[in-house]
Design a protein around this ligand. Structure first.
Ligand code: BGC
Length: 370
């Protein structure tokens, strides 16, 4: 029997866990205004049982989260057994609830000690990353269903080493290229280490794909394909994170709370663009900032229709993860953008299901009934 289509939502450690004190982001945030610091985030580190119960109640059969390298290895050569035990409990909880796990190993944040040694500009970092992955594989490997080695390598490289919006706020084309190259090496090393221990493992990346609805071949190659050119043959699946289309009509139509244009047809383009790699595709992120929940239900419907259109045109799409399960720390923008299917009151940490989450639930149930 074919595996069921995976339906879920995604989060990342730094954005929801709270008190991620050994990471480079945490150190950087301390110089920023209080409202732009991650602090307790959504306290997911303490509340994961409640949060997974919610996901299950909302009809999800899968969940994507990330492990925080800086918790697992807070200092060079120091492995935090308690953090590994925590993540074991987290993954066991997913399993117990029948949620298929997508586990990201690197989602933008780094251990501070690593950044102080050059971070991803350094040729030693892929080696350190491999040791971290090996540790994770030996402690948690039996509980992981799908491995996402790196989240959005191009976004990370450009935000941190070109646009100066994220730490370490540098601007150097040479460094961007170094970082992308080292991330690709890291991916290849992780791919090997995971497969050595688990020959049938599914290992991939979550790739931010920009839909160039007006063709821009050079941009398309560089942003969407360069990372795959460096990691050819090392992908059991591709995770597609889709948020933006680029075309001439960009300035019209609906936008989210943070001004991003809503272009569902770009998801069809993105999935068909990734079809050339001949591996299964999963939408590992797709969502919008919408505090009033005025647009989310239509957004979901529209993007799922676009996903179906890609399938009809031959793309092998096997899952969809909405970004995000919970309102969370939206990086340099702080807590104002609300991406959650579930709203979080950051004072009381109370969770409240948004109406669109129930629309998503109904769509999931309908698809499972046929
Ligand atoms: C990232 C998430 C982020 C989301 C919305 C993606 O690029 O992977 O961490 O919260 O976009 O900006």
């Amino acid at each position: 029997m074919a595996a069921p289509f995976l339906w879920g939502a995604a989060t990342s450690a730094h954005q929801v866990e709270g008190n991620n004190v050994h990471s480079d982001w945490w150190a950087w945030e301390q110089r920023r205004p209080l409202r732009l610091r991650s602090g307790r985030a959504a306290e997911h580190y303490q509340r994961y049982v409640e949060d997974f119960a919610l996901a299950r109640r909302l009809g999800h059969n899968a969940h994507r989260l990330s492990l925080e390298w800086s918790r697992i290895q807070p200092a060079r050569g120091v492995w935090n057994v308690a953090a590994l035990a925590h993540y074991r409990a987290v993954l066991q909880e997913l399993r117990k609830r029948g949620l298929t796990s997508f586990v990201t190993l690197h989602h933008f944040t780094n251990p501070l000690w690593l950044t102080q040694r050059g971070g991803w500009r350094s040729a030693r970092t892929p080696v350190w990353y491999e040791r971290y992955v090996a540790r994770v594989v030996s402690h948690l490997g039996d509980l992981v269903d799908f491995w996402v080695t790196i989240n959005e390598p191009m976004v990370y490289a450009l935000e941190s080493f070109w646009h100066k919006r994220w730490p370490p706020q540098r601007r150097s084309a040479r460094e961007v290229w170094q970082v992308v190259y080292h991330l690709a090496q890291a991916h290849r090393r992780a791919y090997r280490v995971i497969h050595r221990a688990h020959p049938h493992a599914s290992v991939g990346v979550a790739k931010h794909v920009i839909a160039y609805l007006t063709p821009r071949p050079v941009h398309n190659w560089w942003f969407n394909h360069a990372f795959f050119a460096l990691t050819r043959g090392r992908h059991d699946f591709i995770g597609v994170n889709y948020y933006q289309a680029a075309d001439r009509s960009d300035r019209r139509g609906p936008v989210s709370d943070i001004g991003w244009h809503i272009r569902p047809e770009g998801l069809t383009w993105a999935l068909l663009e990734m079809r050339r790699y001949n591996v299964p595709l999963y939408v590992t992120e797709n969502g919008l900032a919408d505090a009033a929940d005025a647009q989310r239900a239509d957004f979901i419907r529209g993007h799922l229709r676009a996903l179906e259109a890609a399938q009809a045109a031959g793309a092998d799409v096997r899952g969809y993860f909405h970004w995000s399960l919970l309102d969370n720390f939206e990086w340099a923008k702080g807590f104002a953008p609300r991406f959650g299917l579930v709203a979080v009151d950051f004072r009381t940490m109370q969770r409240r299901v948004r109406p669109s989450a129930l629309v998503y639930k109904a769509i999931i149930e309908q698809s499972q009934a046929v």
